[in-house]
Design a binder for this molecule. Structure first.
Ligand code: GDP
Ligand code: IMO
Ligand code: MG
Length: 427
């Protein structure tokens, strides 16, 4: 029986990870974010009420699970606090349940300014980032001059390190990007203040996880973004700046490969992408517009419209392998209910090997297989025996093409709208 389950997206994000994390969180002792930051937008709908989480783990709406933020997550203190306060205003006890790794890299106002200045400078080749400072914060981590949460909480260390970082970023902003420098005093004051507020939530996330595991506790690792946005395996450079694939769990939480018992790949029944970059199965027609309309495809973080297209079995097959996916959860199948036929990309023409980066991805010509649609609705369905035969055939074909079994199906935004064929925790 699985004790540690990873939930990650197999596409370009927004597959419905948050909803499934919230559902499975009832059974677990800890939900852990291990990469990304508040570029994520994870939507939960519970009793008709919508909650969008950005950096707080999606276990927060259940009572039992601790919500841990591992060292691989980049944290913007101001935004984290805003999120905490928003939940507290609804009567939730959040602070006592959050555990923050003091090793998390910090996102400062100058990272955000730099992210936005870079995007402007890229012009037509802009990545379409969320503008949250994610890339620059990870750059500072890798270049070894970035600050970590632990630094904010120690006034002496903060004073020693922060000035150099602000000076460097402001130099770049003013002299390279011709942008407005940030107010150094405000950054310094905020950093010191937030450090003291966050300090009581610090914990040794890695140590806590190993202790939990030794006690036989259940752990859910919550991925952000999607596998095709992975810095190494995605559609580079139109990617995010972290490892969104399964390796991110190991480095971003401090566990070993044998500490992962099951990987659930969340896969939308079609594909969406927000921001720039190649998207072989993208549709610019009535079918794409119907997906966007029925799926309410607008970014949960930035509100931008999401681009829509058919399911891409070639990319999915690769991501199943990269992540060692145990089982799939197909989400938003209900969105395809009225379609007279559905298509799956089964082959790429125009490239010899799996695309290396944006240039190769841009040359891909998708070859489709067409399946009949289904009559009847899957919306809100919870009983596998009521699944229309055509919908069942679509799921079977997906499993066959992408070489992974379908263990779960999501049939609506509500927490309870699911069919569970095989429970990831094995019950
Ligand atoms: P995440 O980033 O992977 O957590 O996904 P988002 O929350 O950004 O986007 C998924 C959207 O689809 C949210 O608005 C969810 O409420 C909604 N959603 C999730 N699962 C389903 C489903 O099975 N059917 C429908 N119609 N909507 C869903
Ligand atoms: P969740 O967790 C969809 C995209 C941005 C942009 C690229 C780089 O909700 O699935 P960044 O700000 O990370 O440097 O932007 O990545 N992106 C997402 N797209 N869902 C997300 O998160 C995303 N997080 C980042 O749109 O194309
Ligand atoms: Mg999202």
């Amino acid at each position: 029986m699985a004790k540690s389950v990873v939930i990650l997206g197999t596409q370009w994000g927004d597959e419905g990870k948050g909803k499934i994390v919230d559902l499975l969180a009832h059974d677990v002792d800890a939900v852990v974010r291990y990469q990304g930051g508040h570029n994520a937008g994870h939507t939960l709908v519970i009793d008709g009420k919508k909650t969008v989480l950005h950096v707080i783990p999606s276990g927060v709406m259940t009572e039992r699970a601790r919500c841990l933020i591992g060292n691989g997550v980049v944290v913007a203190p101001h935004n984290l606090l805003k999120e905490i306060e928003g939940l507290e205003a609804r009567g939730l006890d959040v602070r006592s349940r959050i555990g923050l790794s003091p090793a998390c890299p910090v996102i400062l106002a100058c990272h955000e300014a730099l992210d936005q200045a870079r995007e402007r400078a890229r012009g037509k080749r802009a990545i379409g980032t969320t503008g949250r400072g994610i890339g620059p914060a990870y750059e500072d981590k890798v270049s070894r001059h970035g600050l970590r949460l632990a630094d904010l909480a120690d006034p002496q260390r903060l004073a020693d390190k922060l000035d150099a970082v602000i000076d460097y970023h402001n130099f770049l902003l003013a002299n390279y990007y011709d942008a407005k420098p940030v107010d150094g005093d405000a950054v310094r004051d905020d950093a010191a203040r937030f450090g003291q507020i966050l300090k009581p939530m610090f914990t040794d996330v890695t140590g806590d996880l190993h202790e939990l595991r030794a006690r036989g506790g259940r752990i859910l690792f919550e991925g952000a973004q999607g596998s095709l946005l992975d810095i190494d395996h995605g559609t580079y450079p139109f990617v995010t700046s972290s490892n969104t694939t399964v390796g991110g769990v190991l480095t971003g939480a401090g566990v070993g490969p044998r500490d992962i018992d099951y990987v659930l790949g969340i896969t939308k029944a079609y594909t969406t992408r927000v921001g720039g970059g190649p998207f072989p199965t993208e549709l610019d027609d009535a079918a794409g517009r119907l997906m966007a309309e029925r799926g309410v495809e607008f970014g949960a973080t930035t509100g931008r419209p999401r681009r829509c297209g058919w399911l891409d079995a070639v990319a999915m097959r690769r991501m199943v392998k990269v992540n060692g996916v145990t089982g799939l959860c197909i989400t938003k199948l209900d969105v395809l209910d009225p379609f007279p036929e559905v298509k799956i990309c089964v082959e790429y023409e125009g490239v010899e090997a799996f695309p290396v980066g944006a240039e190769e991805w841009g040359r891909v010509k998708p070859v489709y297989e067409t399946l009949p649609g289904w009559s009847g609705t899957t919306q809100g369905l919870t009983d596998a025996s009521k699944l229309p035969a055509g919908a069942r055939a679509y799921l079977d074909r997906i499993a066959e093409l992408i070489e992974a079994p379908v263990h779960m199906l999501s049939t609506g935004p509500e927490r309870d709208a699911n069919v569970i064929f095989q429970h990831p925790f094995g019950h």
